[in-house]
Design a protein around this ligand. Structure first.
Ligand code: HEC
Ligand code: HEC
Length: 436
């Protein structure tokens, strides 16, 4: 053990607390604490290695804060404001999809606070569960479990959703709601719902505000983000929404293939093998060139988000009515009601977000594509595109893809994985946790 760590921290616990509380955002520091400047302190703790501390550093740091998890943020804050959008993406078209409200633009300090909140287990009643418990970065911000486990051991009734590209979700200017059944109108509204959910995090917002205000690292983060240390649920919602919106994904094999092909006079899409190209064509152009059978009709590139909920004939009868529960008018004049309609998350990183569908019924992409091919059940609300195949006789079974074509579609879906995103430090867990 390096005695300097220990001495500095034990002698100066109060100051250290303040230092972390004000985080990266207090530029000037008084002379009497000059030797404990943020830089010195962070260097002591190897923050430049993306907060990867050794076991001893962790325990010293945690002890200084009474044994709680402490977020360790980089000296130079990550840039959440300027998201690099690759050149092959039409910026003007993308901006039209932007669902960011005018009163809550992404700021560096706001999204930084949002990142801390996202990973903070104090947001649940018994300090066991954070957003990331069910939205894991390595899994494209979804949960490998079919149903997620809430703070008290209870199970969610639906499969967790991946959280990429929610910023650009205003497809066809329809502004679909959040969740599988679209019940939350905006992200600001949505992010407070899991916190109060009886299974997921079990907190009352008034209690949450009081609890967070007492944690040493929040006053500084709130001041940096919103101008004062006051902790309100509205600010919590705004910061979480900023962080979630900052998670955008446009760096996959699929993107690189387009970027490479731009300006070339060739039909081949460079970087994709023959199977992936075949899958791409089936996804974009449809089966036998029939547009209705194109996956992109609903999973719209370049975000691969959906514009509205659909019924895809998973069952003849649905246990879960999806959008139907909300008692809204049918979202499509060709279907009598909204029963059995759902909105899927972006297919970006879909290879990482298994299991699939609102109830996590399919373990693999092969199973998903087999459903579209031969497993579609007739349903009164089945999307017209699927019903058409058999002239609306009610005997629909699917697109009828050959085994080779099914494999090609799966291969294409796997080109949508963004390896950077799932390792990106700015979206990672900032907390110094106890060794297991
Ligand atoms: C116990 C697990 C669990 C926790 C904790 C949790 N979520 Fe979720 N999340 C889910 C599930 C399950 C769904 C789908 C629920 C549904 O549609 O009814 C979901 C859906 C979402 C969606 C909708 C995505 C879309 O495409 O419409 C967002 C956004 C989201 N969660 C963000 C968060 C945030 C932010 C937190 C922390 C404040 C959080 N979640 C905490 C399980 C969880
Ligand atoms: C008519 C619109 C529509 C078309 C066309 C369509 N899908 Fe879907 N897709 C959906 C809906 C709706 C869901 C969610 C259904 C549910 O959970 O009940 C979904 C879910 C998925 C999922 C699971 C996503 C997740 O995170 O769980 C994948 C993968 C998928 N679709 C791929 C495809 C492929 C590949 C095609 C083309 C063969 C396709 N889709 C065609 C509407 C469509």
């Amino acid at each position: 053990m390096q005695p300097t760590h220990h001495l500095m921290i034990n002698r100066r616990t109060g100051i250290l607390t303040l230092l972390f509380a004000v985080g990266c955002y207090m530029p000037a520091w008084s002379q009497d604490t000059a030797s404990f400047s943020r830089e010195t302190l962070l260097k002591q703790f190897d923050a430049d290695k993306n907060s990867r501390l050794d076991a001893e550093e962790r325990s010293v740091l945690r002890a200084a804060f009474g044994g709680i998890d402490i977020p360790l943020l980089p000296a130079e804050p990550y840039d959440y404001e300027h998201v690099p959008i690759p050149r092959h993406i039409n910026r003007a078209k993308l901006d039209k999809l932007d669902s960011t409200p005018a009163d809550n633009p992404i700021t560096i300090a706001g999204a930084t606070l949002g990142r801390v909140l996202f990973y903070d287990r104090h947001l649940s009643r018994n300090d066991s569960t954070s957003c990331a418990t069910c939205h894991k970065q390595k899994a494209g911000f979804s949960d490998p479990r079919r149903f997620s486990q809430g703070f008290d051991g209870g199970r969610t009734s639906r499969n967790s959703m991946g959280l990429v590209n929610l910023r650009y979700s205003n497809i066809e200017e329809l502004e679909p709601g959040l969740f599988w059944d679209e019940r939350a109108a905006t992200l600001e509204e949505q992010v407070l719902m899991p916190i109060q959910d009886k299974v997921e995090m079990g907190m009352k917002l008034v209690d949450l505000e009081k609890k967070l205000a007492k944690l040493p690292y929040y006053p500084g983060l709130f001041r940096a983000a919103f101008g004062s240390t006051e902790v309100t649920s509205r600010r919590i919602a705004r910061a979480l929404a900023q962080f979630v919106r900052s998670i955008v994904s446009f760096n996959s094999k699929f993107d690189r293939s387009i970027a490479d092909s731009v300006g070339r006079q060739t039909n081949a899409v460079s970087g994709l093998n023959a199977t992936e190209q075949r899958g791409r064509s089936l996804f974009m152009v449809g089966v036998g060139g029939v547009n209705e059978f194109a996956c992109m009709m609903c999973h719209v590139p370049p975000t691969f988000n959906m514009d509205m909920s659909h019924n895809i004939g998973l069952d003849a009868r649905y246990h879960d009515r999806g959008l139907g529960v909300l008692d809204r008018e049918s979202n499509d004049p060709f279907t009598p009601s909204n029963d059995g309609k759902f909105k899927a998350p972006s297919l970006r990183n879909v290879a990482l977000t298994a299991p699939y569908m609102h109830d996590g019924r399919f373990k693999s992409l092969e199973e998903v594509v087999a459903h579209y091919s031969d497993g579609v059940h007739p349903h009164p609300n089945l999307t017209l595109a699927f019903a058409k195949r058999d002239g609306n006789t009610g005997t629909t079974s699917g697109f009828g893809l050959t085994k080779e074509d099914q494999a090609a579609v799966v291969a294409f879906l796997k080109t949508l994985t963004d390896e950077n995103l799932v390792n990106e430090p700015r979206f990672s867990d900032p907390f110094v946790r106890a060794e297991k």
